[in-house]
Write a protein that binds this ligand. Structure first.
Ligand code: BGC
Length: 702
């Protein structure tokens, strides 16, 4: 048997080897079937659930080793909470990369690829086969404590980033795990919430990024904690079999989120492949063995459950790689300096300049007073994505190292110091974390400090680091500049300081809308008024079989993010896709090569981008589609393509986009199909969702 299994593996990728074509799924499934025939009932039952919290189950006697997995969104977490630490060998250290939303803010798919590749290499360096990411739940509410782990509010932006992240990561032999499927868009009692979502929103907003990851070859998917339309995602036949495998065409391994399912019969029959972490935190009404004994489940049902997991491990060479236990790939430590470059570049391209009265970049001879709660701190998101990193660089360290100016640091400055300072940089933000929402407003003391600074000193630059939008209405108008930096990773403040002094020209764009007031948001009433956000951690209701649930109505349907604000004529503080540069750009001369578009004949839309300023810089040209006379309510604009282009001062480039017939489609809930209506469509080209410089029209024939 030993020989059989290992010759079954298509190949074993090594991080340095040139990738070879993967085995076809059919073949992997045939091989999985041959393996399953050799498994005993006991082994099959054992393989329905995980081992030691972070291992996929195996069957030692049949040479199916257990596969180690690691979290996730800011690089590789060294996990000291695994119960049996003797079973794992940890690397000395791993890089703390910027949070995932930073990747989205770069609007640079190539960088997403490099990011995925770097994290893929560190996953292998950590002796793991699967990285439990990327996360891609759509940003629906600025209070969601996990937005920093995701890719913003727009399905097309998230899709382009996910597919590149996945191909980058999987080129190293690390398997990506798309999470959390599906509609896990709040952390408020995340294990008790029932997302009530219509089919059209599911198809147009919440699944496209998953579909893009699947089409890019993602090997695994993690289901979500919440219920979707009445059933827990991890045991829902609709979610896994109909939607994920059926509609989206996924063939790989599905795993549950940790402690998120409650009924073995449903789990096995839903299309789910493995219950994680497998330590039975809940009282299931019956065990798999009892259900098999009672003939409520057959052995065939178990075979069906295990097939995709085994086929995936065979197809991607994981059994081969783990045959002697956790593989030792310490040589990949040599790649870590390159990873720091990717990390730096992501922060450099993902930091968004929201406002600038000309104070930035600051001149060399100006003295800086660095204030605020985070002047001396490296902000980071919390939870399973937290990565310790090493050689942390705080705002104070970074500013001191890039400027010859004097930098004085006072977390809580006096009024006199504020008045006197040449330039004030206020480092502020929020500490977002998994398992809890956080208020849109900053902490009172932090808010007061910014207000005081902008009142006393007109040269105040506010540097925000947060996982989502915050309330800036109290000081935005008075601030000389606002820079939005997310959780930038262990060396991200080097990039931010380089932006502040002008060594780097900012080119980040908002991957979500920042509303003026939280009441403007479609999710404004999601959390009951009196509820405490900080206590709203997941409520697993241990030992209770039926946890109490509450409904989250996605009554805005497809009108998420800028689609919502535009349809309601609500002007946000900063629109989706917005971000300034130290140079200026003009978009002119929009053209389309053919005014009629059909399924057989896409069109090419082009526009000329010119750098009209005095220094080199990058701009993101964004293409939005509007159906002029829709038959169902449609957003005023939908992003369909974007390109980031770097230009020397005075230089121009013709930027072109292939627009496909399917880019005009909406999901028809009656026919359950994508539909493109005949008629006219406006194609808008701009540099944010609210800055449209050029338009062309195309039509679809009757
Ligand atoms: C999170 C997942 C994570 C898993 C394992 C869960 O609480 O929701 O994103 O991968 O834990 O740490």
């Amino acid at each position: 048997m030993k020989k059989l299994i290992f010759s079954l593996c298509a190949f074993a990728l090594t991080a340095t080897a040139v990738a070879q074509p993967l085995m076809k799924w059919d073949e992997a499934y045939r091989k999985a079937d041959a393996v399953i025939k050799t498994l005993s009932l006991d082994e099959k039952i054992e393989m329905t659930h995980g081992h030691n919290k972070f291992f996929l189950p195996g069957a030692a006697e049949k040479d199916l080793p257990r596969v180690f997995m690691v979290d996730a969104s800011s690089g590789v977490r060294i996990n000291y909470s695994i119960p049996d630490q003797n079973e794992v060998r940890h690397p000395l250290r791993t890089t703390q990369f910027p949070s995932t939303i930073t990747i989205a803010a770069t609007f640079n798919p190539e960088l997403a690829h490099q990011f995925g590749k770097a994290v893929g290499e560190e996953t292998r360096m950590s002796g793991a086969g699967i990285l439990l990411g990327p996360g891609m739940n759509i940003y629906r509410s600025s209070q969601c404590g996990r937005n920093f782990e995701y890719l913003g509010e727009d399905p097309v932006l998230a899709s382009r980033m996910v597919e590149n992240y996945v191909t980058g990561m999987q080129s190293t032999g690390t398997l990506a795990c798309l999470k959390h499927f599906l509609c896990n868009n709040t952390e408020f009692y995340r294990r008790n919430s029932n997302s009530v979502v219509d089919e059209r929103a599911i198809m147009e907003i919440y699944t496209p990024a998953f579909k893009a990851g699947i089409d890019a070859g993602a090997a695994s998917v993690m289901t979500a904690y919440n219920l979707l339309n009445g059933e827990w995602c991890g045991q829902s036949k609709y979610v896994i079999t109909d939607l994920l495998r059926g509609e989206l065409g996924f063939k790989g391994l599905v795993m549950t989120d940790w402690h998120s399912v409650y009924d073995w019969k449903k789990i096995v029959l839903s299309g789910q492949n493995v219950e994680m972490p497998g330590d039975m935190q809940f009282d299931f009404p019956a065990s798999v063995r009892e259900l098999v004994d009672r003939k409520e489940l057959s052995e065939k049902d178990l075979d069906k459950m295990l097939r995709p997991m085994i086929a995936t491990c065979i197809r991607f060479g994981l059994y081969e790689r783990f045959k002697n236990g956790q593989p030792n790939e310490d040589h990949l430590v040599s790649k870590m300096p390159e990873h720091l470059k990717v990390s730096y570049q992501t922060a450099a391209e993902g930091t968004v300049l929201l406002k600038n009265n000309g104070i930035l970049p600051i001149a060399d001879n100006r003295q800086i007073l660095l204030i605020g709660p985070w002047a001396n701190k490296l902000p980071q998101g919390g939870g399973s994505s937290k990565v310790e990193g090493y050689n942390h660089i705080t705002p104070a360290d970074a500013l001191r190292s890039v400027t010859r100016a004097k930098v004085t640091v006072r977390e809580k400055p006096t009024m006199a110091e504020l008045r006197k300072a040449d330039i004030v940089v206020c480092a502020t933000g929020t500490s977002d974390r998994e398992g809890t929402e956080r208020p849109f407003a900053l902490l009172v003391a932090d808010e007061e400090l910014i207000r005081l600074a902008v009142d006393l000193n007109p040269n105040t630059i506010v540097l925000v680091n947060s996982g989502s939008g915050i309330d800036m209405s109290g000081w935005n108008d008075k601030a000389a500049a606002v820079l939005y930096g997310w959780y930038p990773g262990q060396n991200g403040f080097e990039a931010i300081a380089d932006i502040i002094v002008g060594n780097v020209n900012p080119s980040g764009k908002l991957p979500m809308t920042i509303e003026r007031s939280f009441k403007d948001s479609p999710a404004a009433n999601l959390v009951p008024k009196a509820a405490s956000l900080s206590k709203a951690v997941g409520n697993p209701n241990e030992k209770l079989f039926h946890p109490a649930t509450y409904d989250v109505h996605y009554s805005e349907g497809v009108f998420v993010g800028y689609r919502w604000y535009e349809s309601k004529n609500i002007k946000p503080l900063y629109p989706f896709g917005f971000g300034l540069s130290y140079t200026s750009f003009a978009l002119n001369d929009a053209k389309v090569d053919n005014s009629v578009i059909s399924a057989k004949k896409p069109v090419t839309v082009s526009v000329t981008l010119t750098n009209t300023g005095k220094r080199e810089g990058a701009e993101v040209v964004q293409l939005y589609v509007t159906e002029n006379n829709p038959t169902v309510a449609r957003p005023k604009k939908e992003l369909k393509a974007f390109k980031k282009v770097k230009l020397a001062p005075g230089a121009s480039e013709v930027v072109s986009f292939d627009l496909l017939h399917k880019d005009l489609a909406f999901w028809n809930e009656n026919s359950h199909k994508w539909q493109v209506n005949p008629g006219e469509y406006t194609i808008s080209l701009g540099t944010s969702s609210a800055d449209i410089d050029a338009q062309v029209t195309v039509s679809v024939a009757k």
